[in-house]
Write a protein that binds this ligand. Structure first.
Ligand SMILES: *[C@@H]1O[C@H](CO)[C@@H](O)[C@H](O)[C@H]1NC(C)=O
Length: 102
């Protein structure tokens, strides 16, 4: 029984990591309460995917010990560079506990 539970758990984790971008996008929007119309959604989804790729690269560096920090998603993950620039001066804190892809 114990092994069975572990098996299920591992399966669920694998499933979670295997989520496709669209599924992650949906969860991301739900998590950060984002609502866009169709046009805007498509645009933001592209930005979001770019962020996912950048995060993956960064986290790979982290795992290899080439970097000291991990990337995660936050409410700015679907912003354009231009929009983020307007935030200059404002640090975007990313506590390590937030470095999940949930
Ligand atoms: C969709 O949202 C964007 C951004 O808020 C806006 O510029 C655009 O006019 C909207 N399009 C429609 C069809 O409502």
């Amino acid at each position: 029984m114990k092994f069975f539970c572990i098996y299920i758990l591992v399966g669920l984790i694998a499933l979670n990591y295997g989520l496709n971008d669209e599924e992650e996008w949906k969860q991301y929007k739900a998590k950060f309460n984002k609502q866009y119309n169709e046009t805007e959604d498509a645009r933001r989804f592209q930005l979001f995917k770019t962020t996912l790729e950048e995060n993956a690269k960064q986290n790979e560096k982290f795992l290899k010990g080439e970097s000291t920090w991990q990337a995660g998603l936050n409410k700015f993950s679907d912003w354009t560079l231009e929009e983020k620039r307007h935030l200059s001066g404002l640090a975007v804190p990313l506590p390590s506990s937030a470095a999940t892809f949930a």
